[in-house]
Design a binder for this molecule. Structure first.
Ligand code: C2O
Ligand code: CU
Length: 529
């Protein structure tokens, strides 16, 4: 099985197991992690007896090469997640027709979910449930990668609030290319609080995954070279895809809609705004519904983040058209800098392009009113209960942890460090049951001003609250609700509050610019039981 060799670090395997709280389970003598035993067992069908885990939803999820008809002519070669439902009903897994994206998986809070992941791609891979609060062994850490033909068994209870979560691969150094080839999907969680909020549902609840891609003249995906300068910026495609489709138009009725937006791009940031100037009415963020709706002229959506938007077309006539735009913005980094861009311009296929640098303005998708009907939905005043951010109840109120996002010798780092599979530094250890303030500082590229870049920072395993931001101000942040990914523009600092209330073990935090992540702008943190 894919039992990863432990690289040298501060903890050897034995210590990690002990700290993770597995020491008392008598597993130290075992040569493999407990999960691999389960995984092997599930393959020959005896997992149920062995684990006593009775799933409400039990699916197989295969990552495999596939072909999709994106353009006329040649189909596009992609990698795709495909699901089969064993228990729980076929309506729990929704395929997007003609899309390379994986199916939308639906679960209710409190349900037990089993996912039998099988890797049928030629590369090592593992699945991360982005935003879900799951035990360390279920989180898709890169040390749990499985090779072609191998499987990994996930079993967890859905503890999250209702919200728009997602899943994607997480093998170290290859997350960017694997997501780019198509491996990603939504994971929607529902709960009673959400269901009583009175929000549009069914066909009025629309998931929209935004990504950018570059295709060659034979309709095939083009990623980027291994050129260091391109990796420093991250991949930027020249075609915007929504739910895996180019030139996307959403047909709507004269009714209210819940639009669930995910930025599933490798490194492109969107500055969302309505073309017709109406404000964005935001009802949800990464970790579910806000307490009450907020209104913004525009809102940033950086890679990994989600925003839920209330869109009411009841006053628009049939035939009315508008767009969700990405408005131009400054601070997008290297790709938005012309001097640098020109030198690198080699035409199609390069990560940087003149047409669509990060911060360029363009339409993401169109909305067209095609049908008249009676609308009976009104925007709820109260969406959910979230509660205040109690920062003086934290364990490190007077000495928050600092994380500096810096560049050293053409390498993005966190506190000067890069990812090592088993490495955890002293300041990356937290006590189970504690709650802490973490401060991230985007201090930029140092001497090289052109290397100032935005970094979307993501914590695994946890939803957190934003306490405050300082530095350059943008009104486009929606920091009001639960978050798992936050954008820091160059020069910005952010303070977040994280509760390490359960689940010991090793989790990741990293920049969700996938090329930055792949080059090592990622670290472990360890919750010590
Ligand atoms: Cu969505 Cu570690 O990532
Ligand atoms: Cu970054």
């Amino acid at each position: 099985m894919a039992n990863q060799k432990f690289t040298t670090g501060k903890f050897n395997r034995r210590q990690v197991l002990r700290m993770a709280g597995y020491g008392t389970l008598g597993l130290l003598a075992s040569e493999s992690w407990p999960i691999f035993d389960l995984s092997a067992a599930s393959q020959n069908g005896v997992a149920d007896k062995k684990t006593k885990f009775l799933p409400d939803l039990d699916i197989s999820l295969v990552a495999r090469p596939a072909e999709v008809p994106i353009f006329p002519g040649e189909p596009t070669q992609v990698w795709q997640y495909h699901a089969t439902v064993h228990t729980g009903g076929n309506d729990r897994v929704i395929e997007l027709p003609r899309s390379y994206l994986g199916p939308i998986i639906k679960a209710h809070r409190g349900e037990k979910v089993r996912i039998r992941f099988h890797n049928a791609t030629p590369e090592k891979s593992i699945v991360h449930w982005h935003g879900l609060h799951v035990p360390a062994l279920m989180d898709g850490h890169p040390r749990h990668v499985v090779s072609k033909g191998e499987s990994y068994l996930y079993e967890f209870e859905v503890k999250n609030r209702a919200g728009t979560y997602w899943y994607h691969p997480h093998p170290h150094g290859r997350t960017g290319p694997q997501v780019y080839r198509g491996l990603a999907g939504l994971f929607l969680v529902s709960d009673e609080e959400e269901q009583s909020a009175g929000l549009p549902d069914g066909e009025y609840d629309v998931p929209l995954v935004i990504q950018d891609r570059t295709f060659d003249s034979g309709n095939q995906l083009v990623y980027m070279s291994r050129n260091r300068m391109e990796q420093m910026t991250g991949f930027l495609g020249d075609l915007i895809m929504v739910n895996g489709m180019p030139d996307f138009t959403l047909p709507v009725s004269t009714a209210a809609y819940r639009l669930r937006l995910l930025n599933g791009s490798n490194s492109r940031i969107y500055k969302l705004a309505w073309e017709d100037g109406r404000p964005l009415i935001i009802i949800g963020t990464d970790g579910g519904l806000l307490e009450r709706p907020v209104s913004r002229r525009y809102a940033f959506l950086s890679p990994g983040e989600r925003l839920e938007v209330w869109a009411d077309f009841s006053d628009s006539p049939v035939g009315f058209e508008t767009s969700i735009l990405s408005s131009p913005f400054e601070g997008g980094g290297l790709g938005s800098s012309n001097q640098m861009g020109r030198g690198m311009m080699m035409g199609r296929g390069m990560g940087q392009n003149q047409r669509f640098p990060n911060g360029a303005g363009f339409s993401i998708f169109r909305v067209k009113v095609t049908k008249s009907e009676k609308n009976d939905r009104v925007l709820p005043e109260k969406l959910s209960t979230i509660g205040p951010v109690r920062q003086n109840a934290t364990d490190n109120f007077s000495s928050p942890k600092d994380f500096f996002l810096t560049m050293n010798h053409m390498q993005w780092t966190i506190n000067g460090r890069i990812f090592e599979m088993e490495d955890v530094a002293d300041d990356e250890i937290v006590r189970l049951g504690s709650s802490e303030i973490w401060q991230f500082h985007n201090t930029g590229g140092g001497m090289m001003q052109m290397m100032n870049m935005p970094h979307p920072i993501h914590l695994h395993g946890k939803q957190f609250r934003v306490i405050e931001r300082s530095g350059v101000r943008h009104e486009g942040y929606v920091d009001e609700g639960w978050k798992d990914t936050v954008l820091l523009m160059p020069g910005e600092r952010i303070r977040i509050l994280v509760d390490f209330d359960d689940y010991p073990g090793m989790f990741l935090y990293h920049c969700h610019n996938l090329e930055h992540e792949d080059m090592g702008m990622m670290r472990n943190y360890f919750v010590k039981g």
